[in-house]
Write a protein that binds this ligand. Sequence first.
Ligand SMILES: Cc1cc2nc3c(=O)[nH]c(=O)nc-3n(C[C@H](O)[C@H](O)[C@H](O)COP(=O)(O)OP(=O)(O)OC[C@H]3O[C@@H](n4cnc5c(N)ncnc54)[C@H](O)[C@@H]3O)c2cc1C
Length: 224
Amino acid sequence: MSTEPSDFNVTPRNRLMRYPKRGHYDKATIYPILDEALVCQVGFAIDGHPYVIPTIHARLGDQVLLHGLKGGRLLEHIEAGNTVCVSVTLLDGLVLARTAFNHSMNYRSVVLYGSGAAIEEPAAKLAALERLTEHVAPDRWRDVRPPDAKELKMTTIVAIDIEEATAKIRQGPPGDDGEDLTYPVWAGVVPLPIVPQPPQTDPKQTIAYPVPAYVTPYRRPPRA
Ligand SMILES: Cc1cc2nc3c(=O)[nH]c(=O)nc-3n(C[C@H](O)[C@H](O)[C@H](O)COP(=O)(O)OP(=O)(O)OC[C@H]3O[C@@H](n4cnc5c(N)ncnc54)[C@H](O)[C@@H]3O)c2cc1C
């Protein structure tokens, strides 16, 4: 278990059992991972049947925001007050060891649990949509047409209170040791950073607007 100050309680649900030294329970470690990840997976069970749904998220304080078209099963499940499990993974590299056994990946992942409710009040809904937009492309919100009343009505936004969370982090070279270190094969790490490619202007755009600074270059993690 991490010796860092624990902001989240360590419970039977979130206590890391496998490689506990890779576990972190503090917000200073967990929140930047949530903020860097572009996509989360939301796990939930209905009538004993498990579902894991990928979707866009954003963190607002101690909450995770999700949004979607009204009527979606996942969002209705959260609106009804049920607990969900949200997970994100940042894949940092492939760890190619000398032994098949020690092959691994370098990563920063978070698993969190919480329940929440829909945000109904129009101003709060708008603020949540701004946060979701800014999570994907910081500074984008100020440039685009905000949602109108009809679009707001069509959209469900839920805020999930982060009740328990764990980060698990693996970094560094392969874990080979002993006589395996002399095994005659290349070993090391293949870094896998997110490297955005040149943007592709919408072919329907007839006026050559300048490409915004937050697009060239697009950065992950976003600028502070
Ligand atoms: C990119 C990637 C590749 C991986 N590959 C493998 C693999 O091939 N084989 C393998 O066994 N494991 C792999 N892991 C680790 C895996 O996510 C689990 O941590 C591990 O399998 C132990 O699972 P468990 O249910 O026994 O965990 P336990 O230690 O029993 O989990 C207890 C609690 O700790 C938290 N937790 C568990 N795992 C994570 C996590 N990764 N991040 C944040 N919180 C967590 C959850 O709240 C969980 O309920 C990989 C992880 C990542 C991110």
